[in-house]
Design a binder for this molecule. Structure first.
Ligand SMILES: Nc1ncnc2c1ncn2[C@@H]1O[C@H](COP(=O)(O)OP(=O)(O)OP(=O)(O)O)[C@@H](O)[C@H]1O
Ligand SMILES: [Mg+2]
Length: 372
């Protein structure tokens, strides 16, 4: 068996403050393989962001990793020297931070901010970095000319796409996306998550997707890790987590999830709100979320590995299908998103197979909030 791209072992993180210590992460272990999307879900304050940021050691100054290991590309990032961390950030691991409003530099054009990642890692000279920044912005779904604009001139959805371009421009092997769409309306959220899927799938990128939304996790992830009070209480495929949750906390999360309905709450006559839509082998609620365990088209259990992506196909189909099973005349209208453009393949085509060496990064990067 090949080793995972990222392996976190028994990680502990503590914040120190005037009113004492907060033991925010208490023995977290998780793995992400190349090409796999793992969702980290849990209530607010459960330690998701702290875990995600601890992976790249971009924690608040008051935080420290007290024990544990973060193994990535042959290095333990929990104890790696600052120089090694700077080489990994942006190049080996891309991060889409939780808050787009404070994550972009307000006095620099977004094109320069994307290009800076390439310059910092010695991956391009000034001219080619600008060209590749334009490409990355286009691949993130932004229109021509955006590179010359400042963050305040963009909508929230466009700023989020800029952060995605920054995170992916160097084609990292792992992307950590911390609530990448939580501040956006559902239409833009879906478009951006679709785009993220396309870009990472084409490049074989591993993704650690942090979200408080179990519906998003079930829809997007190959595996879900449920986090509560600093611990991962359960890990499984979306089907396992949604339909056979073992931990009481997972059960309560499912009950409380606004974007999910249990089959119990979905039982209703065809055409009534809450009725299940049968589409292919899957039962979908009117929001398009899988509401019953079902075999995939290839006979494997829905939710295993890439089958999760089929759910979206079914979901899209269900969206175009009336509750009585007959097709709609045309798809429901989508709200316009100024940044929407057709999907593109990854910036440099498919990622080379694992083990193929890439040029060593030459310079340092990401210094803000670093504990390194
Ligand atoms: N800078 C900080 N200083 C002190 N405590 C902090 C700091 N940041 C987070 N914490 C605490 O650490 C715990 C975990 O916070 P964290 O931000 O990781 O949660 P989260 O699961 O990402 O929550 P959310 O869904 O709201 O983003 C919480 O108790 C929080 O109050
Ligand atoms: Mg958070």
């Amino acid at each position: 068996m090949t080793s995972p791209l990222l392996r976190v072992d028994d990680l502990h993180v503590t914040y120190s403050g005037p009113r004492g210590d907060v033991h925010a992460v208490r023995g977290v272990s998780l793995e992400v393989a190349s090409g796999e999307t793992v969702a980290l879900v849990g209530e607010s304050g459960s330690g998701k962001s702290t875990t995600a940021h601890a992976v790249v050691r971009l924690l608040a100054p008051s935080a420290r990793i007290t024990s544990g290991h973060v193994r990535f590309d042959g290095t333990d990032l929990a104890t790696a020297p600052a120089r090694r961390l700077r080489a990994v950030r942006g190049y080996g691991i891309g991060l889409v931070p939780q808050d787009p409003t404070v994550s972009l530099n307000p006095v620099t054009t977004v094109g320069r901010q994307v290009a800076e990642v390439l310059r910092i890692h010695g991956l391009a000279d000034r001219k080619s970095a600008a060209t590749r920044a334009d490409e990355a912005l286009a691949q993130a779904g932004l229109p021509d000319g955006v590179a010359h604009l400042y963050p305040h001139e963009l909508s929230g959805g466009m700023r989020q796409r800029v952060l995605i371009a920054i995170a992916l421009v160097a084609r990292p092997a792992l992307l950590i996306a911390d609530e990448p769409t939580s501040a956006l309306d559902v239409t833009v959220q879906r478009q951006i998550l679709d785009h993220l899927d396309t870009l990472t799938a084409s490049a074989g990128t591993g993704v650690l997707l942090v979200t408080h939304d179990l519906g998003v996790a079930a829809d997007r992830a190959d595996r879900i890790a449920v986090m509560s009070q600093g611990r991962i209480v359960e890990v499984g495929t979306p089907a396992q987590i949604l339909h056979a949750p073992k931990d009481p906390y997972t059960k309560s999360l499912i009950e409380a999830a606004p974007s999910l309905n249990t089959s119990r709450s979905l039982v209703g006559a065809a055409g009534e709100p809450g009725a299940l839509v049968k589409h292919g082998a899957a039962a979908l609620n009117p929001n398009g979320h899988v509401a019953e365990a079902a075999p995939g088209r290839d006979g494997r259990e829905a939710g295993r590995g890439r089958r999760a992506r089929s759910w979206r196909v079914w979901r899209e189909a269900a969206r175009n299908e009336r509750p009585d099973g007959r097709p709609r005349a045309s798809p429901p209208p989508r709200e316009p998103d100024r940044g929407r453009q057709p999907d593109h393949p990854g910036p440099r085509g498919p990622r080379p197979p694992q083990g193929v060496p890439r040029p060593a990064p030459r310079a340092a990067g990401w210094s803000a909030r670093s504990t390194a």
